[in-house]
Design a protein around this ligand. Sequence first.
Ligand code: C2E
Ligand code: CA
Ligand code: CA
Length: 905
Amino acid sequence: MRRETNDESRIGRQDVGEWLGWTVLVAAVGLLCAGLIWSQRKDAMREEEQRMTGQTNVIGHNLVRQLGAVRSVLGDVRATILQRDDGCATACQHAAMHALRGAMPGVRVLMLVERGGQVVFADAEPGEPAQASRGFLADLHRAVSPDIMYLSASIEPGHPGIEVRAALPLAAHGAGRGQVLVAILDPQYFDVAMRSALYASDMTSAVTSDDGTRLLFVPYDRQLPVYDAPGHTAFYVRHLRSGASSTVMQGPLGKGGELRLVAQRTVDAGGLRLDRTLVVSVSRSMAAVRAPWRRSLWMCGAAWIVLVSAGSIALYLRQRRRRWLRAISQQQEAERIAGAERIELALDGAKLGVWELCLQTDRVQLDVHGLAMLGYTASDQAPMDGRWLDQVHPEDRPGVERARRRAACQGGVYDVEYRMRHHGGHWIWLLSRGKVVARDGAGAASRLAGTHMDIGARKQAEAEIVRLAFYDGLTGLPNRRLLLDRIAQALAKSDRARTFGAVLFLDLDNFKSLNDTLGHQAGDSLLKRVAMRLQDATRDTDTVARLGGDEFVVLLEGLGSSAGEAARHAQRVADKILHALGLPHTIGGHDIRSTPSVGIAMFGAGTHSVDDLIKQADMAMYEAKAAGRNAARLFDPAMQVAADQGVVLEAGLRHALAARQFVLYYQPVFDQDGGMVGAEALVRWQRPGKGIVGPAEFICQAEKSDLIVEIGDWVLEAACRQLAAWQSDAATRTLTVAVNISARQARRPDFVERVLAVLSAAGADPRLLKLELTESMLLADVDDIAAKMRRLKAQGIGLALDDFGTGYSSLSYLARLPLTQLKIDRSFVRDMLVTPNAATIVQTIVTLARQLQLDVVAEGVENEQQRAALIERGCTSFQGFLFAAPGPVEALRRWHPQAVALAEH
Ligand code: C2E
Ligand code: CA
Ligand code: CA
């Protein structure tokens, strides 16, 4: 802005300077012209004056010569007259005079006149009015000296023109005294001589006598009787006063007062002895004299004005053009600056650095942004010192070189992503784009230029997406998707290489209990540790993946070319994993044991699909679980058969429901006095051709689908009907019925309503119904279950926790759930006489239950010792083969004869 203002004022000064210079030049030219014209004027005037003076001289000479001739004629006539005086007759005199006059062209008439004015003799008729000559004749008395020739004033004889008369007295004394010889002079005689001296039409010439009388003047002008304009001293007066023989002067002339230049000369007529002094004058109109000069003046003036106008216009246009050019260049400059700023902004905004690379030396030049990206400042030269490629991550160099080769081709573009060493020593990701900007003589690319963009954030995001998409967020292990991809690749590879591999499917035993007991954080920590141990227990080339929850898969490749060898290898790895995971973890101050169940499926025979393989491993894992957990099982085609059997079983169960093939068995529950207090309803399947099938063979399958809900509903309805039947008799109306509830059943939103509806439909007393729940159903959503339990308990329904003591969570649930009963798992009853630990647990459970005012039922009491030991530890209710195995309701007769009678089916 400031620079622009400076420029403006500089240009303003320049303009003013130019105008000043131009004005000076124009003024100088004007002055020069004026000077020249002035001098031209002076020269012209001088020339004119000289010329006119010359002409007066010519006229004067002629006049003198002509008057001289007249005098000589008059002298000759006088002599003749005086000679004849004595004897020559008058006629003779006349003849002589006539002859003389004829010899003298300038004389028109010769007269002899008495001094008094009477004409004595005239050789011709004067042809003039009498009064015209009267004045002259009357004036002849002054002509007394015979030596002097008297001249008359000019006489206008009636015809255009004037006449002059010359008079010469005959003699002073003696004969002829008193007579004067007069010659009337022919005006033509002088006129021609005088006219010949005039060289311009505007010129006049005159002969004036010293008394102001105009004797002669050409051209004849009646309007010019006087020579000078009124109010001005007459020219001839001024001339005579000057005393010079020749003068030139200017002034107004005539009545109109026209300005004229007048040259005058006193005629030197001494030899003629005239009676007066004659002044010859030549005049010119000043306007005519000045006309050529005026023309020059006008022309010069016009030329000067043209010069001034043209020059001024040219200068104005020149300045305007200069301003215009300047405005354009300023605009271009402004646009250039704005463009540069825009580029700078764009580079800045887009976080781009600009670089230029010499391909021969592999040296690069970076702008500030480019340097800043690499952690350098403008003064640092470090990144440009060495070869650019040396600064590129070794893994990315081939890519960069490929991109350069591509760019070097005609029309090729340089576009590559690579890592570059940062000033801080770490690597940063750059996206480099550019193109060839110079080629050598042979057309080979010599310079590349372009921009750098820091794409670290993008790369990180990409990596994050890959991580999220393919890796498990908690453990960082490959997830299911990546695992499936790797397995597919492994299958293809093993097919090609004819080698074997294995998929190990791991499921942590009791993980859900731990998760719930110690909290999700502890569960997460455990999963992370398991992931780490799995990685430690396997090779880097093996893939350890987390499928979700507590399920992991290990993919083993290249286990050899023999199936047996490969299986043994896989088994060894599984053992190693079992060992590694079996070691205790310390999490949150707790010592935790977590064992896995491992299923192994082999591949390599070229027959597997990924899905099949995973399913097989999964099946083998269930097998391991079924085998008591903390074990590994190799998939066996028989498992497949079993799995296939599951499908058959499910269809059978559906049919059983429809065909009413289920029956309820009851196992009585006794108090410590041996009295039956109730029974647990246990379902059986009367499968045609197979007899009574126990729940162990089908509940598991039924729990995999909603079948369990339908079966459970039927059990609940049947049990409630039995309960209602018992209620109607005083002997059995206090008997309770316990019904096992599966997790799937309890999780249904309308579970509570359903139970109540069944109770009311059967007309059974809710207070006599007990629902047996297992910990596993609490794992999913303990709060939901607890809420439902509270509603059920509010109706008087009893709630028992089945298989108590087998899960981690048992203790933690006690306080949160509205339980009414604990059922000590039969494994403790079985072991309590064998291991002190089990006995302590039984003791603890009983004590705890008492404190919480819960009933305790001991399950699986098979012998008296167990019963005694349980009673000793405070247990009050018992269930087991010692008393009775589960059986049809008729079997209860032994304990309660009425019960059978009242049973309804
Ligand atoms: P549970 O609820 O723990 O049932 C007790 C099981 O222990 C019964 O097996 C019973 O026959 C057995 N038992 C009783 N006394 C003794 C003993 O002294 N020693 C030994 N070794 N075993 C004894 P059962 O009837 O085969 O039932 C197995 C499981 O099936 C049940 O375990 C229960 O979890 C489930 N179940 C049975 N009926 C139903 C049902 O209607 N609905 C649901 N959801 N599950 C049921
Ligand atoms: Ca039970
Ligand atoms: Ca049980």
